[in-house]
Design a protein around this ligand. Structure first.
Ligand code: AMP
Ligand code: GLY
Length: 438
């Protein structure tokens, strides 16, 4: 079978790596992909081995070009890594042309595309989430914000490149952010509606399920590390590292999450006429009163997918086919024992302005052993060298029988004597929350 993966980050590299292990797959195309995904492909091709992996120069927003390509190549399955094409309706487009796709329709992807849509859905169907109010009028929002006890969280309704959420410690911070959204319109239409919600306290976890809209299978719970510096300090990023499974999420808690969040969300989406198919990823905070939804994502998490793919034993194509054929009920997903950790290596300056073009050293030596697997994100090949081209450059991923061992195995291959590049930054505490709260 021929598979098309849409995206170019560490998440998509991890998906491609796992898909390539399926005996059912002969060819994988990545749009636009990254250099890590196609390593060794020329050699494989020359030896007549499959699957051959190829990058194609089509960007994730070029929906018509992606469709024409998929039709021409007769793609059997398309996996959409990124949220933007889903929110723009790529699944609808592909289904209309009888091209099987993993990802929800445009209407269903609003669960990530519009935070107001998601909050109203949760309110209507009693799905636990932070208490909130919605505003589109600056003066009304300010009047309400003045009366509140802080901290509070102010959120733009739409997609703002990760800059649409402000955790405000006092009224002044809330006022500044509300002004930015509702008066100065810094984020345009995405900030025309805002949510002001209570600030939840507790551990934040990522919970992903694969679903056909009716049945679902849970993937292992994982934990991202969003702030740029150790001990969760500094600004938010796209994710500085992740590990799975989370030791303090036990079977009882998984049952509570499935019963009070996952199942009710899928049912609510069906009732509203938005059948949800694909990967649903609620970000949760484990509060004293139980797990509550921070937000929903309509796709796999990044970097969480990197440790998850290392641990997944089941052929991922079996999961994708079960989503498409609506046979998830009969599917048993198996995982390797132990834990996996991913540490993200970023360019100097990230998440602000960052350096580009630094050569990555010892990538081959440390990045392709059985123990360590490097998933590339912001990289490019220039004159035979792999150099950094994005903020998040690599995800170094290793597993171990214990979380402690997985952490050790990952960090062992990073630094002066391992994988490194000039200006490299990474957090030194990935996975520690799992050890401390177990
Ligand atoms: P979001 O884009 O909604 O995931 O928000 C970005 C980050 O802000 C989350 O990953 C949380 O760490 C934090 N956050 C968002 N909403 C809340 C909330 N209600 N309480 C506490 N933290 C929050
Ligand atoms: N791990 C954060 C995200 O994928 O949105």
């Amino acid at each position: 079978m021929k598979v098309l993966v849409i995206g170019s980050g560490g998440r998509e590299h991890a998906l491609v790596w796992k898909i390539a292990q399926s005996k059912k797959v002969k060819k994988i195309f990545c749009a636009p992909g990254n250099p890590g995904m196609i390593l060794g492909s020329d050699l494989k091709k020359s030896q007549g081995l499959t699957p051959v992996i190829e990058n194609i120069p089509i960007q994730v927003r070029e929906l018509d070009k992606l469709l024409q390509f998929a039709k021409k190549e007769k793609i059997d399955l398309t996996v959409v890594g990124q949220e933007n094409p889903l929110i723009s309706g790529i699944a609808d487009l592909f289904v209309r042309h009888n091209l099987p796709v993993i990802g929800p329709t445009r209407k269903a992807a609003r669960i990530e595309g519009s935070k107001v849509f998601a909050k109203k859905l949760m309110e209507k169907y009693g799905i636990p989430t932070a208490k909130f109010e919605v505003f589109d009028d600056y003066n009304k929002a300010i009047r309400y914000a003045k009366k509140l006890k802080y901290p509070q969280v102010v959120k733009a309704d739409g997609q703002c490149l990760g800059k649409g959420v402000a955790v405000c410690d006092n009224y002044t911070q809330a006022e500044i952010f509300l002004k930015k959204l509702l008066k100065e319109k810094t984020f345009g239409a995405a900030g025309e509606k805002v949510i002001i919600e209570e600030c939840l306290q507790g551990q934040e976890i990522s919970y992903m399920v694969a679903t056909d809209g009716y049945n679902f299978v849970s993937l292992l719970p994982s934990q991202d590390h969003k702030r740029v510096f150790d001990n969760d300090c500094g600004p938010n990023t796209g994710g500085m590292g992740a590990y799975a499974p989370v030791p303090f999420v036990n079977k009882e808690l998984i049952k509570v999450i499935e019963d009070t969040i996952v199942r009710p969300t899928l049912k609510a989406m069906r009732k509203e006429g938005n059948l949800y198919e694909g990967i649903l990823y609620p970000g949760l905070i484990l509060t004293k009163e139980g797990p509550k939804v921070l937000e929903y994502n309509c796709r796999f998490g990044d970097p969480e997918t990197q440790p998850l793919m290392r641990l997944l034993k089941t052929d991922i194509i079996d999961i994708f086919e079960a989503i498409i054929n609506k046979s998830l009920k009969n599917l048993k997903v198996e995982w390797h024992k132990g834990f996996a950790v991913c540490v993200v290596l970023t360019a100097k300056g990230y998440p602000g302005e960052y350096e580009k073009g630094k050569e990555i050293c010892r990538l081959k030596q440390f990045g392709e052993s059985d123990k360590v697997r490097v998933f590339q994100a912001g990289t490019e090949r220039i004159e035979g060298k792999t150099v950094g081209s994005g903020g998040r450059i690599l995800g170094v991923t290793a597993s171990g029988v214990s979380l402690k061992e997985a952490i050790h195995n990952t960090y062992e291959s990073i630094g002066e004597n391992g994988i490194h590049f000039s200006g490299m930054h990474y957090r030194k505490d990935i996975g520690m929350k799992g050890l401390m709260n177990d």
